[in-house]
Design a protein. Structure first.
Length: 302
């Protein structure tokens, strides 16, 4: 494994001290650990969290890139910072409260190593109700329904991609609070050839306390932004449209810059028009009524 490319994780940390000890214990169990860089953007760290990371650093030097952020910043900003600070050829998402199978990262990296035409590798996973349980519901990504997108994520919680594809797809949209990952993954799928590993590569914690699952989550609103941005009009929940319009639906935020989605998605306006016409002609928008359909037209400026 000496000549294999380095893999860097995208790992944001904020108030997750109850998971951190186990997460650090699991890292060296990765078969790809000699070539693994864990990039942690640590928001408002507690003393105990810093102690645990310092102890790990002393035992396994040069594996964790520890970035301290104070005050806390939104998830999209934190993830983008991880990307900018990473030195790996491949990047992979790994949240503190999720666990991976020991060969998870190696099996994904091997696909990218052997197939230069593939840019993204995802895999199936088990959704668990408690940490660090490994018993739960097996999620086959290819069988997930559209309405499961927010809960189960387009490519799953453990996707890996070549760092250089960010030059084409951009970075995480920093105006989101919980839908950053699914929106970024959608752009990956527009540009990149993807392979799905048909085996379990990790354990995703869903105890209904996360940004996307807890009570009062912004997910229904951001799901509406997502649906509108990508022309998924049949799934659009009009009840959340007024709140969704507070977002810049057709722009991606990166720092102080706003990047038009049309600059990233090929033939974007034509794609939206085609999907709108298809939804209209097949009756998927019939339940919304003429007034709402007219409002959607106005937002799209068609």
């Amino acid at each position: 494994m000496e000549d294999l490319p380095k893999v860097s994780t995208i790992t944001a940390l904020y108030k997750k001290d109850q998971y951190l000890k186990t997460f650090l214990e699991e890292l060296p169990k990765q078969t790809y650990f000699p070539h693994l860089e864990i990039v942690v953007d640590h928001n408002e760290p507690k003393d105990e969290e810093i102690r645990l990371i310092d102890e790990f650093q002393a035992k396994f030097p040069h594996h964790i890139k520890h970035i301290i952020t104070n005050p806390v910043e939104p998830l999209g900003i934190s993830w983008n910072r991880c990307i900018f600070e990473s030195t790996g050829d491949y990047l992979t998402t790994w949240n503190i409260d999720d666990l991976r199978t020991p060969d998870s990262i190696e099996s994904q990296a091997k696909v990218l190593n052997k197939n230069p035409d593939i840019d993204v590798v995802a895999g199936n996973y088990i959704c668990v109700p408690t940490f660090p349980s490994k018993r739960g519901k097996y999620i086959d990504i290819l069988k997930c329904s559209r309405r499961g997108i927010i809960n189960h994520i387009v490519l799953g919680p453990f996707f890996m991609f070549r760092k250089n594809v960010c030059q084409k797809v951009g970075y995480f949209d920093e105006q989101f609070r919980c839908a950053n990952d699914i929106e970024f993954e959608m752009r990956l799928m527009f540009h990149c050839k993807t392979e799905i590993l048909h085996k379990n590569i990790g354990y995703f914690l869903d105890e209904r306390k996360g940004l996307s699952t807890k009570a009062g989550s912004l997910c229904p609103v951001e799901s509406t932004v997502f649906d509108f941005r990508y022309g998924l009009f049949g799934s659009l929940d009009y009840r959340y449209l007024p709140q969704a319009l507070k977002y810049r639906i057709f722009d991606i935020k990166l720092g102080d810059e706003w990047i038009p989605i049309a600059d990233i998605i090929p033939n974007y306006e034509a794609l939206l028009q085609e999907r709108f016409d298809e939804s209209l002609n097949t009756g998927l928008l019939r339940h919304l009524g003429k007034t709402v359909i007219r409002k959607i037209r106005n937002i799209m400026n068609v």
